[in-house]
Design a protein around this ligand. Structure first.
Ligand SMILES: [Zn+2]
Length: 317
């Protein structure tokens, strides 16, 4: 190959890479933020929880961005099915308070609302509204069930290596969604550029999302910057209610993100106010994640009722 050819080859490769990078859907907190959130939470696992989990910091940190690895068009079915798991537009479900506790109950309410709506009914499609709290509680449930298996195997003096691997995976996977939930722009219709009435003149460009959660965080923040803000875990009385309250708190901070952007807080080295805001959002995610792990562990000590199976005998025809 002549030098000119190989140079042209390199340039076209670089162009392809650039296109790929630019077409990536915005993924809350980017790779760095998600990794930090999981790592900081894992470092705070208390000695009352299993030692294998406290030793799995590297694995749990690796799993922080895991669901963002499921968004490639090369796995189209997976991409399509799981994309709504990363967000919820709380403004679109303001009429639905409290939120139903299960996925299919939520879907039913949305389709009812859509059927009764004439103005933009498709705004109530589940894939437009987002399913954030449901995937979070489902992965939480998997973790709790796995902790229960672990306790039973230990009590029976059986090997626990396999269930330990499952627990580490669920704990890390859970961290992704909890991380998404602390990013205000993952809880709102103001996802990436202000829509609707805009008296404060916030940016309407489709840039703020990635600029805040990926570019700014990667360039200016490390795990050590917010680890000190995370306290020992507390047991959550009602994990679903606590998690929805956490999402609502995030949603209450949407305008702060836009105001910080407007003031140049996320440009280049950013501002002290942007640093303070962002480290507190990252810490809120690690705290909620740690509290959910801890609650799942404590609750897993309660024996589960017998699993419900499909009805044993079909009705007589
Ligand atoms: Zn995500």
């Amino acid at each position: 190959m002549k030098p000119g050819q190989s140079q042209r080859g390199l340039i076209s490769l670089a162009l392809i890479a650039l296109v790929l990078v630019q077409s990536q859907p915005a993924a809350a907190w980017g790779n760095e933020g998600h990794t930090y959130i999981n790592r900081v939470a894992a470092e705070k696992i208390p000695p009352t929880m299993p030692r294998f989990l406290r030793r799995a910091i590297i694995e749990i940190a690796y799993l922080g961005p895991e669901p963002d690895r499921w968004r490639s068009p090369s796995e189209a079915a997976l991409k399509n099915a799981q994309e709504p798991d990363h967000f919820i537009d709380l403004e679109r479900v303001a009429w639905l308070d409290p939120l139903p506790r299960t996925r299919y109950e939520f879907l039913r309410k949305l389709y009812e609302k859509r059927a009764a709506t004439t103005d933009h009914p498709d705004d109530y499609l589940p894939e437009r509204v987002g399913l954030q709290p449901y995937i979070t509680m489902e992965v939480y449930g998997r973790l709790k069930a796995a902790f229960r298996e672990y306790r039973q195997l230990r009590a029976a003096h059986q090997p626990t290596h396999a269930v330990e691997q499952a627990i580490v995976f669920y704990a890390g996977w859970l961290g992704h969604y909890v991380g998404d939930g602390s990013q205000p722009l993952h809880t709102t219709i103001q996802y990436n550029g202000w829509v609707g009435p805009n008296p404060n003149g916030y940016t309407t460009e489709h840039k703020i999302h990635g600029q805040f959660e990926s570019t700014y965080v990667a360039a200016n923040i490390t795990a050590n910057d917010f680890a000190g803000l995370v306290k020992s875990p507390e047991r959550l009385d009602d994990p679903f209610a606590a998690y929805v309250a956490y999402l609502r708190q995030s949603n209450g901070l949407v305008e702060n993100v836009y105001a910080l952007e407007k003031a140049g807080g996320f440009t280049g080295k950013g501002s002290p106010a942007a640093f303070d805001f962002t480290t507190h959002r990252l810490a809120a995610a690690s705290q909620m994640l740690l509290d959910l792990w801890y609650t799942a562990w404590i609750e897993s000590a309660t024996p589960a009722p017998a699993p419900e199976h499909a009805p044993s005998a079909p009705a007589t025809k």
